[in-house]
Design a protein around this ligand. Structure first.
Ligand code: SAM
Length: 269
């Protein structure tokens, strides 16, 4: 049996917890697996499909996937070297560097992702990564299997682009796993306001429109999103809604423990 791979990146909104939960049903068979908001790619790595289209708007993230696909052994060697050099001073030195070469950029991305605060990805207005050092010192992880990850990525077309372009390429019998940033519509004092994240409410509306078109072409769609009234209303015509719960542990304190819910919409029966 093929080993199940876990994400090599820590990513905000990562779906590691969902793919391991028994609350999820998947289509029995499909042609292309398509994931337009790739992030840490938990679902792709778990399913290891034979044919896939993967994309994300984040150019540094996509560059890292391409280097992982093409040069996994070289990445291991370089990260092993960085493990021996890791320190607070080295982190900030690495963070301030600007690399031109795609391989060096990927090494820097992986190193910072593993050692920065909470695996957060944040850049300032100049596009410079500005997350402080975190508490984890492991540049190499026990779960790493870059060779196997590279092998699975060789089955995929990997692109840096907006979600619309990728969703528009879906056809009858394809499976779309869609996990956008969780923007919701705010309604305050009778006025409609939109929150000012990079993924706007207009993006959610644009997403709904192109998913309905994909559904009409015969694609199977699994959408995860915020479990919020505005989202439930917007995506009501996409398919069956269900709410999945996720246990969260905040700051390791008992009073911070709780369960949050996320929305799932499925377009197939
Ligand atoms: C919730 S994360 C996906 C998490 C992923 N499913 C995982 O398991 O790690 C959302 C992703 O959408 C990407 N994104 C934001 N706006 C986008 C857009 N307009 N088109 C494509 N990707 C976008 C972000 O870069 C981020 O990686």
């Amino acid at each position: 049996m093929t080993k199940k791979l876990t994400p090599f990146l820590k990513w905000a909104g990562g779906k590691r917890w969902l793919v391991n939960s028994d609350q999820l049903g998947l289509p029995e068979s499909y042609n292309n697996y398509i994931e337009p908001f790739l992030g840490g790619g938990a679902m792709f790595l778990q399913l290891a499909p034979h044919k896939a289209i993967l994309s994300d708007l984040n150019a540094d993230l996509i560059n890292t996937y391409l280097v992982m696909r093409d040069s996994p052994q070289e990445l291991v060697s370089e990260l092993t070297l960085l493990q021996s050099r890791h320190s607070k001073e080295f982190y900030y030195q690495m963070r301030s560097q600007k690399f031109e070469c795609k391989f060096d950029k990927a090494v820097q991305f992986l190193y910072l992702n593993r050692t920065c605060w909470n695996g957060l990805y944040r850049v300032n207005l100049q596009g410079n990564f500005n997350v402080p050092i975190g508490t984890k010192d492991n540049v190499i992880l026990d779960s790493d299997d870059f060779i196997a990850t590279s092998k699975i990525l060789k089955n995929a077309i990997i692109k840096q682009c907006d979600f619309e372009e990728t969703i528009e390429s879906s056809e009858d019998g394809d499976f779309l796993f869609v996990d956008p940033p969780y923007t919701v519509q705010h309604n305050m004092n009778g006025f409609i306001k939109y929150n000012e994240t990079l993924f706007s409410w207009e993006d959610q509306e644009r997403l709904m429109k192109c998913l309905i078109e994909a559904k009409n072409r015969g694609a199977h769609i699994l959408l995860t999103n915020a479990d919020h009234e505005s989202i439930r209303n917007l995506f009501a015509d996409l398919g069956d809604y269900s709410s999945v719960s996720r246990h969260s542990v905040l700051a390791g304190k008992t009073e911070g423990r709780g369960s949050t819910t996320e929305a799932i919409f499925k377009s197939w029966v």
